[in-house]
Design a protein around this ligand. Structure first.
Ligand SMILES: [Zn+2]
Ligand SMILES: [Zn+2]
Ligand SMILES: [Zn+2]
Ligand SMILES: [Zn+2]
Length: 234
């Protein structure tokens, strides 16, 4: 039987410890030196929560210490992100999702972007930019729902461009039945399908793919509307 170091002993030398990692409260050390040595291997697993399974809620995180409101405990790249229209009709950059005050637009598609850096970002240039340019789809700031269709279009494009990310989108909860019975949701789905198939010209579009992406966004996406105006799907 292999010897597992007791939880309260130093993670490096297994001697009795007096220090605990303050970020996660999960590992202990005998000295600052050993904490420093261990940081490189500990860093990826150091966050103040553990993944647990519960029959009722499924896979979830349980905090191992108090977490402050607004404290960042880990960062993860979203599966897809998209801009959200501002109620006041201010243009929103399609790359960084900040409001644009100087009315700068993309030199190719004429949709709002902050500068040439945001214009060239692959999340814009390789996705809707080429379609909007080819199909001459104008940016209409007063129609805020146009912005919201971009995340759905980006999601649909993942099917052919990034199959592994597409598979992750397929696994997300969408509450499809509940949305079907809701007239607002049904209209939104209809409009997304028309926009992507007719306006953007993706003629081989499958309706249920749009339902999956839109549902995943509506049910799971994190919405920010302070310094940036965006929806992020994880
Ligand atoms: Zn030690
Ligand atoms: Zn730690
Ligand atoms: Zn920007
Ligand atoms: Zn563009």
């Amino acid at each position: 039987m292999s010897k597992t170091p007791a939880k309260h002993n130093c993670s490096v030398c297994d001697e009795p410890s007096g220090l605990t990692c303050k970020i996660c409260m999960k590992v202990n050390y005998c000295s600052r030196e050993h904490q420093k040595i261990h940081w490189k291997s500990h860093k990826p697993e150091c966050f103040p929560a553990t993944i647990t399974f519960d029959a009722k809620v499924g896979r979830h995180l349980v905090a191992t210490r108090d977490i402050q409101q607004g404290e960042i405990i880990f960062k993860e790249k979203p599966l897809i992100s998209g801009p959200l229209g501002k109620p006041d009709g201010l243009p929103v950059c399609l790359t960084c999702f900040k409001c644009i005050s100087n009315n700068n637009v993309c030199s190719r598609c004429s949709w709002p972007v902050c500068d040439s850096g945001c214009e060239k970002a692959p999340s814009h240039a390789n996705y809707e930019c080429e379609i909007f340019t080819r199909k001459r789809i104008p940016s209409v700031q007063s129609d805020t729902t146009l912005y919201e269709k971009i995340i759905v279009l980006r999601g649909i494009l993942q099917k052919s461009r990034n199959p592994s990310e597409w598979n992750k989108i397929q696994q997300l909860q969408t509450h499809s039945d509940a949305r079907q019975d809701n007239p607002v949701s049904s209209l939104m789905l209809e409009q997304c399908i028309t926009f992507i198939r007719v306006a953007c010209g993706l003629t081989d579009l499958v309706d249920k793919d749009v339902d999956q992406v839109l549902g995943a966004v509506v049910v799971n996406a994190f919405v920010s509307d302070d310094s940036v105006s965006s929806a992020d799907l994880f």
